[in-house]
Design a protein around this ligand. Structure first.
Ligand SMILES: C[S@@+](CC[C@H](N)C(=O)[O-])C[C@H]1O[C@@H](n2cnc3c(N)ncnc32)[C@H](O)[C@@H]1O
Length: 788
């Protein structure tokens, strides 16, 4: 790609860099013409689309080689590595070669089933046997393995049926003897205990479906374009929007760990795409929803006749993949990428996502008998004019490449010309502005310490590791894209499977804007960093109330404390002061400012707190002077303060490294405290860095078993976060979970109170889905019940 970029003449590059949306037909057709004459371009396209060079097609030889490596691991007793290798082999393995069905896939499933059985993953083992049987019902070994796993699960009736079929199919006398022995063992048990058979495939999450409670409306505003408002008032925690994506894609880093359809973490027995080597799914249901029903295996005939009716029903239940039709989506998003070619694996995720949007538009227009056009069907805003020159150039190149890659699937339906190329460039800019990251909460870090030592009670396993949010996918939601951003949002978006849920985090009066955070929030970053992030990532200047009105958080987040010991005033650095001055200027320059009083300049809930730390900003035509206390005007030496902070940070980093490697040396805590303490004398008590230091000290104390001290530090961190975010914010909720964990370990009765506070916060953000998204909450609830 870099060579391709370098080959483009400078004059054309410059025209592209300076182009506006109106110029796109001319710049894109000139680039297309240039590429057509360039041998390098045809070579790049050949690599991306040529089947013979495609690394993503099925390959029986690679599957067999990988299977042998898996067998080696199995014989050494390394079952988990064997499972991984069998999964890799399943990715390569074709169900049929030249129309002849091969046994490699069923054999791999049964091998993996055995390794899973050895690991004690019995339900997974049963599922893999059923998958083998859905392709090859006459496979005696698969029925036998299924019987063994069912027997260990206590499903003795199913086990007996599995062994019965296996015995009828087995040809060797040794094999028959083995099966008969197993049958004897379950013979009596099945009469005593009988459970219904496990569901073979299906959704793993039981989602409690809440009705939507409000009517939303889309309105246009001068500053932010279209946005959503509420027609009626909305109570706190109401679910206000729910939507499936127009198109979605898993991010490259998570291709091996998360389902390519529902984005949940893959189980140990994932299903591979049956026609190319790229996707992995958590079940056949996800596979079919992403790739289409034609990917499901078609079972061969079972070579046994005259079976009793109930056994026949049982067999057909096992070998047919049970997927209900309504669950299968009409549009199949992976189908055009599934020919074994290289491009879906190597092009950037947002470009492949654009391909999925195009494919869906083509399908929709095909149904209505229309010619392809993105205009009208895809009505989202874009930021092409504000894009940096490099991005404009890349979008031009990728639009041409993607059009060519899609030719195999859509040919004349998707003509490559100046119109379609310009539309695709704009589509890439729309995806930049409107796509959302599908996020998963990796709270298992916190649960890890409990799970690794199951012999310990929950109370003994205190942990203060942070709850991590991981971005596993990228998706576009047609209506969800109309929510504008605020650094002080009143709604919250989260994802279950690939569905977007939006919830009001506070009471919202009728007619009010409904705004979520695009990733920058008051309390998390200062005004400068938030604005910078939004400009870099989304190319707009934020006009939200957090960036235009004074708020406590922006004043204290990075502030130094006043040199006078009894003064709680803030001292701001130059950068921060500049942005706070802009907020004040905004009001002073406003033509209506003479009718505004100080209250209008300030976020109302912060008035008393701001008076406490920066009383001077209430003066008329006040400006914020860096280096001077905003209460008493005392000067602080900022240069010396910065130097002292740098020194303390070195020691703090040492402690953080020790925490990561779980090796805190003796006396390290006392030593670090000696160096870190000056930070608390330099920074304002509500400075975010002080909260982070308290949090680090809580973690370190927890690791060395000083739980009382861990609890004190954790509580101090929470007090600061409450000032920065407000006491009902999810950041406080996350910190409260750590506190509960420590309190449980200390058998402190206040754990229940802290958990109640945390539960109330999580309910505002996640409603009835809180425990589903944060399994740790349920875990801690059980811990609190145990200790009561
Ligand atoms: C996902 S779209 C939201 C819908 C959009 N307003 C529209 O008319 O389609 C994001 C775009 O909305 C505008 N926007 C959203 N929040 C804003 C804010 N706080 N300040 C200024 N512009 C904003 C920006 O143009 C941004 O690129």
């Amino acid at each position: 790609m870099e060579k391709l970029k370098a080959a483009v003449p400078e004059t054309l590059k410059r025209r592209i860099a300076e182009s506006s949306p109106d110029d796109l037909p001319s710049t894109s057709s000139d680039l297309l013409r240039f590429f057509h004459r360039l041998p390098l371009f045809h070579q790049v396209l050949g690599d991306l689309t040529g089947l013979e060079r495609g690394l993503c097609r099925k390959n029986e030889r690679d599957a067999l080689e990988t299977k042998l490596k898996g067998n080696d691991c199995f014989s050494r007793g390394d079952f988990s590595e064997a499972v991984k290798l069998y999964t890799k082999a399943l990715r390569f393995a074709p169900i049929a070669v030249d129309g002849v069905v091969k046994d490699v896939v069923p054999v791999l499933y049964v091998n993996r089933a055995f390794a899973l059985y050895k690991m004690g993953l019995l339900a997974e083992s049963v599922r893999d046997c059923s998958r083998a049987l859905s392709i090859f019902p006459g496979y005696a070994k698969a029925w036998f393995r299924r019987g063994k796993s069912n027997a260990s699960l206590g499903y003795h009736l199913d086990a007996r049926r599995d062994f019965t079929v296996s015995l009828k199919l087995e040809v060797s006398s040794n094999g028959k003897r083995l099966i008969e022995n197993e049958m004897k063992m379950v013979a009596n048990l099945y009469k005593q205990k009988n459970y219904p058979p496990q569901r073979y495939e299906g959704c793993r999450l039981e989602i409690c479906d809440e009705p939507l409670q409000v009517e939303l409306q889309c309105v246009s505003k001068i500053t932010k374009g279209r946005g959503m408002i509420t027609v009626a008032e909305i109570p706190e925690a109401s679910l206000i929007h729910k939507e499936d994506p127009y198109a979605a894609i898993v991010l490259k880093h998570f291709r091996e760990t998360h389902c390519h359809f529902c984005f949940n973490e893959l189980p140990m027995d994932p299903v591979a795409c049956s026609s190319c080597c790229i996707p992995l799914y958590c079940s056949h249901l996800c596979q079919v929803q992403a790739g289409g029903e034609h990917l499901l295996p078609t079972a061969r005939d079972l070579p046994i006749d005259n079976l009793p009716e109930d056994l026949n029903n049982y067999i057909s239940n096992v070998i047919s993949v049970q997927i209900s039709r309504p669950q299968v989506k009409k549009f199949i998003e992976h189908v055009h990428e599934c020919q074994g070619v290289h491009w879906p694996a190597v092009l950037p995720s947002d470009v492949v996502l654009a391909g999925r949007v195009l494919a869906k538009c083509i399908e929709q227009q095909r149904h209505s008998g229309l010619k392809f056009s993105l205009l009208g069907i895809w009505d989202l805003c874009h930021n092409y004019a504000q894009l940096p020159p490099d991005d404009k150039f890349e979008f031009h190149i990728y639009s041409i490449i993607l059009m060519n890659c899609l030719q195999d699937s859509y040919g004349a339906e998707l003509p490559i010309n100046e119109n379609t190329n310009s539309q695709l460039i704009l589509l890439l800019s729309q995806i930049r502005v409107n796509s959302m990251a599908i996020v998963r909460v990796a709270s298992f870090d916190l649960m890890g310490s409990f799970n690794q030592q199951p012999e310990l009670s929950l109370a003994a396993g205190a942990s203060t590791a942070a709850v991590k949010q991981i971005r596993v996918g990228q998706a576009v939601y047609a209506a969800g894209s109309l929510f504008n951003h605020s650094c002080q949002p009143n709604i919250h978006a989260y994802f279950i499977s690939r569905t977007l849920y939006v919830r009001a985090t506070e009471y919202i009066a009728s007619g009010c804007d409904l705004e979520l955070s695009y990733g920058a929030q008051v309390g998390q970053w200062n005004c400068k960093d938030r604005k910078q992030f939004l400009e870099d990532r989304y190319s707009f200047t934020c006009e939200c109330r957090g960036c235009s009105k004074l708020n406590l958080s922006d004043l204290v987040l990075d502030a130094y404390r006043c040199d006078k010991t009894d003064c709680l005033g803030v001292v701001l650095d130059i950068d921060v002061a500049k942005y706070e001055n802009q907020k004040l200027c905004f009001f002073n320059l406003d033509p209506k400012s003479h009718v505004l009083n100080t209250l209008d300049q300030v976020d109302k809930c912060d008035i008393d707190d701001i008076r406490m730390v920066a009383s001077k900003v209430y003066g008329n035509s006040c400006s914020v002077e860096p280096g001077y206390c905003l209460n008493c005007n005392t000067k602080r030496d900022l240069e010396a303060s910065r130097a002292a902070v740098r020194e303390a940070e070195i020691h703090l980093r040492g402690l953080q490294d020790a925490i990561s490697s779980n090796a805190i040396p003796n006396n390290s805590l006392l030593e670090t405290w000696r160096y870190v303490e000056p930070l608390t004398k330099i920074f304002h008590p509500f400075n975010k860095r002080v909260a982070e230091v308290e949090d680090t000290l809580a973690q370190a104390s927890c690791l060395v078993g000083e739980l009382q001290s861990a609890m004190d530090h954790c509580q101090k961190s929470i007090e600061i976060l409450e000032k920065l975010y407000g006491s009902n914010h999810i950041a406080v909720g996350n910190e409260l979970l750590k506190l509960v964990s420590i309190q449980l370990a200390l058998r402190d009765a206040t754990a229940a109170d802290s958990l109640n506070l945390a539960t109330a916060i999580f309910a505002r953000y996640y409603g009835s889905h809180a425990s589903l998204v944060f399994p740790l909450l349920q875990h801690l609830k059980e811990g609190v019940c145990q200790t009561q």
